[in-house]
Design a protein around this ligand. Structure first.
Ligand SMILES: Cc1ncc(COP(=O)(O)O)c(C=O)c1O
Length: 416
């Protein structure tokens, strides 16, 4: 047991169950960051030996990042994180369209879904508001928590330049049918467009939990976020043969680093850490998957035993698969709002949904509403996300904590 999920604070043990918000750095990652900062501090563009050393650290990291998603080293562009990677995709799509059709007065059209993270949704909404794109937001199906390939294909237009559908949802964990979506989009594109529609997936929540392969998924772009898989807070964008096959147009201009796709002197230490985190995923993904699934399934069993008939699992549908670490549970009862439960928890660190919305405590999660969870249940939801360190003993403590919190809230309600 590491001290990450079970930090001892005074005599109280904390159990961290918010791994979808962020993960701690793996000890190997921390070591590689320290080593790179201490020993490979040269400017990677310098030709002397300090520069060469730093450059080689970056090449090794790029290699592992590419391997982790089944791409080639040259397909990886290192960025500051998921938000930037997502923005780079939309920027590239728009610029590509402008160059393809310089005389057209039709705007490029982008398709996305109502399940996306704000770094996708707010970016495309802003682009639409500024008159840069036409936008269609397809809605997820209520009975599955998934975006159906049919709904994506029916949103396509001859001026559609790109589609962006996340791989796994950060709140419910539901895995989207990306392979099928890519297939139908590409088939439609061949028959109806004079260009190829580009397919992007934000794989922030899938990496490190399930195997991710750009070839199986048939995507042109894929977003990688280090701090969701025990790496540092930088990220990368996979683009299939950038500039040769898949357009990548920079948002920044400068010293030519990252082949000009994302210039700026490289953050060698963090890149080394991202590479090490990717290496760990490459080597241990089946163990991580199995462990998280065992513990998450145990958590759900124990919740059902502790609160018989009073819990429902959001995103648990017979026809949908979930990433192995995510449990989104609603407690049935008037006074059992997710944020109220969270406030009463003594040892458990959880969330009621996306970390980005943590200030809107009283509002039900828009993602749960989008998949058809009724208002009252959506408001009573907690997201419990498991990590590599979480044990069944941790879960027993969490269940005791939840029992106490819910008993207190029920008592308060009875007294009113
Ligand atoms: C699905 C998804 N995409 C993108 C991001 C954005 O990552 P960052 O905030 O590190 O840029 C997150 C982070 O919460 C996420 O969960």
């Amino acid at each position: 047991m590491t001290n990450m999920s079970r930090a001892v604070q005074g005599d109280v043990r904390e159990i961290y169950l918010d791994y979808n918000a962020t993960t701690p750095l793996a000890p190997e990652v921390l070591e590689s960051i320290y080593d790179a900062l201490a020993n490979s501090w040269g400017n990677p563009s310098s030709s002397h030996h300090q520069g060469v050393k730093a450059k080689s650290v970056i090449s090794t990291a790029r290699h592992w990042i590419a391997k982790m998603v089944g791409g080639k080293d040259e397909d990886i562009v290192i960025t500051s994180g998921g938000t930037e990677s997502n923005a780079l995709v939309f920027n590239s799509c728009i610029e590509h369209y402008r160059r393809l059709y310089p005389k057209s007065d039709q705007l490029p059209h982008i398709v996305t879904s109502n399940l996306e993270h704000d770094s996708v949704m707010l970016t495309v909404e802003e682009m639409r508001a500024n008159g840069k794109i036409e936008l269609t937001v397809v809605t997820a199906s209520h009975g599955s928590g998934k975006v159906s390939p049919t709904s994506v294909v029916s949103a396509l237009r001859p001026n559609t330049i790109g589609i962006s559908i996340m791989y796994a949802n950060n709140e419910t964990g539901v895995i989207q049918p990306l392979q099928e979506i890519s297939h139908v989009v590409k088939t439609w594109s061949k028959a109806n467009c004079s260009h190829q529609i580009l397919v992007h997936t934000d794989a922030a929540q899938a990496i490190g939990k399930i195997p991710v392969n750009v070839n199986t998924l048939s995507v042109d772009y894929l977003t990688i976020v280090g701090h969701k898989f025990y790496g540092p807070r930088i990220g990368a964008l996979y683009a299939r043969q950038p500039a040769k096959v898949t357009p990548v147009y920079p948002m920044l201009f400068g010293g030519g680093q990252e082949r000009n796709f994302r210039p700026g002197t490289e953050n060698t230490g963090m890149i080394a850490g991202l590479g090490k985190a990717a290496e760990l995923v490459c080597k241990h993904i089946s163990d991580y998957h199995e462990h998280m699934k065992t513990v998450r399934d145990y958590l759900e069993q124990q919740l059902e035993l502790a609160f018989p008939g009073h819990v429902t699992f959001n995103g648990q549908y017979a026809e949908s698969e979930r990433i192995p670490n995510t449990c989104n549970v609603s407690f049935k009862g008037y006074n059992l709002k997710g944020y109220r439960i969270m406030k009463r928890l003594k040892w458990t660190l959880a969330s009621i949904g996306s970390a980005c919305h943590s200030e809107d405590l009283d509002k039900p999660s828009p993602i749960l509403l989008a998949i058809g969870i009724p208002d009252d249940l959506a408001g009573n939801a907690l997201r419990l996300s498991i990590g590599r360190e979480t044990s069944k003993q941790d879960i027993d403590i969490v269940i005791a904590d939840l029992r106490a919190a819910i008993a207190t809230l029920t008592d308060e309600q009875d007294k009113q």
